[in-house]
Ligand binder design. Structure first.
Ligand SMILES: *[C@@H]1O[C@H](CO)[C@@H](O)[C@H](O)[C@H]1NC(C)=O
Ligand SMILES: *[C@@H]1O[C@H](CO)[C@@H](O)[C@H](O)[C@H]1NC(C)=O
Length: 254
């Protein structure tokens, strides 16, 4: 399974770069509001009473700044980083106030990551950049986690119903009646051979064996599709093979 983290990092970087360039117009409008605040150090960025405002000091000269709508000032960002970051990474304690939202047709704020869908459809999210929304799909079987800004196992996402989203309900096991060891249980997907579910604590996770492979119930593992009853590829081998396969299926069922 892929993690969304690399994509997220790329976007954070792009947004930072974008703000550095295009945010300047916005900042310039505010430059006449020079702060009378004292610079704690000659160079650096420093918090104000609000969560998205900050003071930028260069050679001891302070300038009042405001993060783009949807981003917040992170005092712990370090001197090299763009100091306006996603709310997830910023502690606003004691400076909760922020500028009024500037929603667009696409987005509740100019910047940010937003969950789409409901608890039965958890796989999409929107990244807002300068008020434009870009929709992304999590990798197959994963759900958008608003608490971590990552695509995650649906059972780990508090507002996702893993069973409804994945379309699979784990059959009850001994442990749900209060006894037995916790165990991972494997089930081939009822819809196709390539996918299977692992039930953990009664909640399913979707896995994929990959192209040309199939989940083999007998060994509880992925196998060559031709090795799994009923899963042999349709366009391989001589026609006789299929009648043999069917005969094998019938035989095996009893
Ligand atoms: C502050 O930044 C300016 C411009 O980047 C630089 O010339 C100066 O040496 C810096 N001062 C300190 C104390 O780091
Ligand atoms: C199919 O099963 C045979 C015998 O167990 C094994 O040697 C072979 O590697 C399997 N095929 C694939 C594609 O895994």
């Amino acid at each position: 399974m892929h993690s969304m983290r690399p994509l997220f990092v790329v976007f954070t970087f792009l947004i930072g770069a974008f703000c550095q360039f295009h945010g300047n117009d916005y900042y310039n409008q505010r430059q006449n509001r020079q702060s009378s605040g004292i610079c704690p150090q000659p160079n650096g960025t420093f918090p104000t009473g609000t969560c998205d405002g900050y003071i930028k000091c260069v050679n001891g000269v302070p300038e009042e700044k405001l993060c783009p709508d949807g981003l917040l000032f992170n005092a712990a960002s370090g001197p090299q980083a763009y100091p306006c970051q996603y709310p997830l990474d910023v502690d606003c304690t004691g400076r909760e106030q922020i500028q009024p939202a500037q929603p667009t047709e696409d987005c509740p704020h100019q910047y940010g990551y937003y969950k789409l869908g409901d608890q039965n459809n958890c796989g999409q999210f929107k990244n807002c950049v300068d008020g434009r929304g870009f929709v992304f799909d999590c990798p197959e079987g994963l759900a958008w986690n608003s608490e971590t800004y990552r695509c995650d196992w649906p059972d780990q996402v508090s507002d996702c119903n893993a069973e409804a989203y994945l379309g699979f309900t784990c059959p009850p096991d001994a442990r749900q009646f209060g006894f037995g060891q916790e165990e991972y249980r494997f089930f081939r997907s009822p819809n196709d051979c390539q996918h299977y579910y692992i039930c953990i604590e009664g909640k399913p996770r979707l896995y994929n064996c990959g192209e040309g492979r199939a989940f083999n119930d007998i060994i509880s593992a992925c196998d060559g599709a031709e090795n799994v009853t009923g899963c042999a590829p349709l366009n391989q081998g001589p026609p006789g093979r299929f009648s043999n396969q069917n005969a094998y299926d019938k035989f095996n069922r009893f």
